[in-house]
Structure formats: C-alpha cells, structure tokens
Design a binder for this molecule. Sequence first.
Ligand code: HEM
Ligand code: HEM
Length: 194
Amino acid sequence: MQNNTSLIKVWDPLVRIFHWSLVLSFFLAYVTEEDFISIHTFAGYAVLVLLLIRIVWGFIGTRHARFTDFVYSAQNIKQFLKDTVKLKAKRYIGHNPAGGAMILMMIISLLAASVSGVALYGAEDQAGPLASWFSQGHSFWGDVLEEVHEFFANFSLLLVFIHVAGVIIESMIHKENLAKSMINGMKRSDNHNQ
Ligand code: HEM
Ligand code: HEM
C-alpha cells in the first residue's frame, strides 16, 4: 500500500509550457481586442503558433502527450460522464476520455478563432499575412469574418469554463490537484485506469 503512492512523471515540459503559455496568450488576446490591436494580434499569433506546435507534438511527443493516448470513442466518453455524475469516474494517469474530447474541441475552436483573426486582420485592416487575399475595403468579408472570429473567441471561452470546471470536479473526486500536476508534471501512480 505504501509504495503505490509514489509519484510518476506524466506531463513533459513541452505540454506544461504549452499549456500555461496558451492560457496566458488566450486571455491576453481576449482582453486586448478593443484598444490594443498590436498586443491583440501578437497574442493571437502566439495562440496559433502554440497550437501548431502542440498538434505536431500530439503525433511525435511523449506517451501521454499523444492524441492516441487521449482520443476515446463516443461510448467511452458517455460512460465516463455518467460515472462522473455518480462521482464514480475512474482515475486516469493521462487525460480522461471527457478531458481528451474537451482538449480536441478547444484546439479546433482556438484554431478557428486565431485563423479567422488573421483573415479578419487582412480584410479589415489590410494587414498581416493574408492582406493580399482581400481587395481594399472589402466590407463583405470583413463583416463575415468579424462574426466568425467573435463567435469562436466566445465559444473558446465557454469551453475553457467547462474545462476548468471539469478539472475541479475530477480533482475533487480523486482527491488530487490536477492543476498542480500541470505545473510540476507529476501524478500519484496508484489506483488508475490508464
Ligand atoms: C485559456 C484557458 C485554458 C485553455 C485554452 C486550456 C487548454 C488546455 C489544453 C489544450 C489542455 C491539454 C494539455 C495537453 O495535453 O497539451 C489542457 C489540460 C489541462 N488544463 Fe487547461 N486550459 C486552460 C485553462 C486552465 C486552467 C485555468 C487550469 C487550472 C485550473 C487548467 C488546468 C488543466 C489541467 C489540470 C489539464 C490536464 C487535464 C488532465 O489532467 O487530464 N487549464 N488545458
Ligand atoms: C485565440 C485567439 C484570439 C482571440 C480569443 C480573439 C478574440 C477577439 C475578440 C473577442 C474580438 C472582438 C470581436 C468583436 O467584438 O467583433 C476580436 C477582434 C479582432 N481580432 Fe481577435 N482574437 C484572437 C486572435 C486574433 C488574431 C491571430 C488576429 C490577427 C492577427 C486577430 C485580429 C483581430 C481583429 C483585426 C479584430 C477586430 C478589432 C476591431 O475591429 O476592433 N485576432 N478578437
């Protein structure tokens, strides 16, 4: 009993640095949209670059960083959510099935927010790498892209709230501090599913 409470390394440095840099860049982009467009675009590009690096790492990274480690079937995700409601969810060493699904949704939504941001910057301000795609003063695309950009920015924020709620709930069920694990990379090795 005593030795199965040892700590093991779960999250590699890239995953941890990615995570907290993404949190910072996302919130910075979110709060600077109105008056600080140069900070906004800088933070938005940072979100995009971080996501691209993380996607590559999802194929070649360490064990629990790989998509194959945390993409589960719809059946598994449903069962996990049902067990969570009954406070009987199994403990996972890597991302749990619902967490994994949420991570994919956040990656897709944040990609849509940042790519539409780059396009909007091109259409509205004739600036950034996509400026040449839009003719001067093309307000149609500016309007469409503004709606798309705003939608995905706000949808990402909604996902983040659910994500953090999930982290808190799973931390309580298994009496562990998952946020701390995302800082130091370590988790308890005992009593887990995968
Ligand atoms: C802008 C806000 C946030 C975004 C976009 C975000 C996104 C993500 C992503 C993409 C992952 C997957 C990490 C990976 O495998 O590379 C993740 C995992 C995680 N995040 Fe966040 N996150 C945010 C805020 C937070 C906050 C505020 C906390 C702390 C309460 C947190 C705690 C965690 C934890 C603990 C995990 C690992 C989950 C697990 O144990 O399976 N996140 N997050
Ligand atoms: C995930 C990252 C991003 C988030 C969360 C985000 C969020 C937002 C939000 C909430 C708005 C206000 C929308 C509105 O009320 O109409 C906005 C506007 C805007 N964003 Fe982003 N954005 C991100 C990335 C980017 C990127 C990468 C660029 C360009 C390089 C960009 C360029 C713009 C521009 C040009 C506007 C319009 C500003 C204005 O006309 O006042 N965004 N963004």
